[in-house]
Ligand binder design. Structure first.
Ligand SMILES: *Cc1c(COP(=O)(O)O)cnc(C)c1O
Length: 438
């Protein structure tokens, strides 16, 4: 399969080129140039197939021009020592827990696959890569962990000073080695803009820069794998499969949509956002009006101009009504988010983090609108994007119960933060990169 730029469909590249370029030279994002019908492949999987096996089957089909199925199988084994877990939340709502990887957030799936794919593709090439990425919290920690100590790869991570949780900051700033954390005096949108501009900067073109953001195709593709896994688990019992996806930059949702376009039987996606609700608004009105992001409890979704929106629009040929047939928008304010963390605990004695809570509220609203006969045949699968222990303060305040950190995170808190403070300008970033790597 080849991939094209959303800004020039005649510009076709291989998977390998797409993942090392990150963003297309014309500023566009890479999307699959074909939408093959893989229904037969999906039909050949049963509910007992393992996560690694179903992922390798799909990847072998999508990436067969770049890697043999044997290499892909090994790559998936290496990338995924963790897998999704499913919890029944009652009322036909299920929680697809995607936080059992090393950074305790769903971004591990994309980051670990990308890191394994890059290492595999660089091997023997005598090539180096510098990963440059902006994070609003969780991307950076997943990327940092995934690429830590990978051969021939350097990592530079930008994060907004004072705008990520203390734990997230420790995850970014304590690994050392090939991982450098840049603490930017500005917002996440500033960080994202700086990275975008750095990729287009002539002076920097001599460096082997590449991205590991959710814009990188190598992160996007593996995020489709857990939709496949979940569909395998549910399709025998339920006719109507709906995914609620807590969204910020919309990589997670876009990956699900791709799988559906390839024939995965999904009836609907819910684009669940916090009050940064540009996409739900677009789905209603056809008007997209990006704006500065507002801060919420679900801070990894505080995005005012979602980077994957261009990709999503491209998949639906800029037709918001077409998009609306597959995607329903729902936005949730902080009060409802907080109350959902609380009521979920009261009902199940289990915890969800504020991002998952946004998806959960959206699920409840959706399921309550269904007539009982269609409700019975519906599985509403809410993606749980982070471990509740990552957002201790809110979860403790909402539930009144002291939280325990996952052990891999507990350890990080005792380590010393090392970061480089820089201004929120592209010049500052350019100078830093030239000094360090030239
Ligand atoms: C990144 C992130 C999201 C949003 O995912 P997108 O792919 O950017 O839409 C949601 N929840 C958590 C915990 C995240 O880290």
């Amino acid at each position: 399969m080849k991939f094209y730029s959303t800004r020039n469909k005649n510009h076709l590249v291989s998977f390998k080129d797409a993942i090392f370029q990150g963003i297309s030279p014309d500023g566009g994002l890479y999307n699959p140039a074909e939408m093959p019908d893989l229904s037969n492949l999906f039909n050949s999987m049963d509910e007992n197939i393992s996560f690694v096996d179903s992922s390798a089957k799909l990847a072998s089909e999508i990436l067969k021009d770049d890697l043999s199925s044997e290499r892909i199988k090994n790559l998936c084994k290496k990338a995924f020592p963790f897998k999704p877990e499913i919890t029944d939340a009652g009322n036909n709502i299920f929680i697809l827990e995607l936080y059992h990887g090393p950074s305790s957030a769903f971004k591990d799936f994309g980051a670990f696959f990308l890191a394994a794919a890059m290492e595999e593709l660089l091997a023997g090439d005598d090539r180096k890569a510098i990963i440059l990425t902006a994070t609003s919290g969780d991307t950076g920690s997943a990327v940092a962990q995934a690429f830590h100590n990978k051969k021939n790869i350097e990592v530079v991570i930008l994060y907004p000073s004072g705008r990520v949780s203390p734990l997230q900051e420790k995850q970014l700033t304590t690994l050392g080695g090939n991982v450098t954390a840049l603490e930017v005096k500005g917002s996440f949108d500033d960080c994202q803009k700086m990275v975008k501009e750095a990729f287009l900067c002539k002076e920097l073109s001599k460096l082997p820069l590449t991205s590991a953001n959710s814009i990188n195709l190598g992160r996007l593709i593996p995020q489709s794998f857990y939709y496949v896994y979940a569909v395998n688990k549910f399709r025998k019992k339920y006719d109507n499969l709906v995914f609620s996806v807590p969204s910020g930059n919309f990589g997670n949702l876009t990956a699900g949509v791709l799988a559906a376009k390839w024939g995965l039987p999904v009836n609907k996606f819910i684009a669940a956002t916090n009050i940064n609700k540009e996409v739900p608004e677009y789905l209603e009105s056809g008007i997209f009006s990006p704006r500065p992001s507002a801060q919420t409890y679900s801070n990894a979704m505080d995005v005012g101009n979602p980077s994957n929106f261009e990709r999503l629009k491209d998949i639906f040929n800029d037709d918001y009504k077409k998009m609306g047939e597959l995607i329903a928008g729902e936005w949730v304010n902080d009060d409802d988010t907080f109350n959902a963390v609380k009521s979920y605990y009261e009902k199940t004695k289990k915890f969800i983090d504020p991002h998952t809570a946004v998806g959960y509220v959206a699920s409840q609203r959706y399921i309550n609108k269904l007539k009982s006969f269609s409700k019975d045949s519906t599985a509403l699968i809410t993606l749980s994007t982070a471990h509740p222990g990552k957002f201790l303060e809110v979860v403790e305040k909402a539930t009144g119960v002291k939280q325990i950190l996952p052990p891999q995170l507990e350890k990080i808190l005792t380590l010393k933060k090392v970061s480089v403070l820089i201004n929120n300008t592209t010049d500052a970033l350019t100078n830093f990169l030239l000094e360090k790597f030239n």
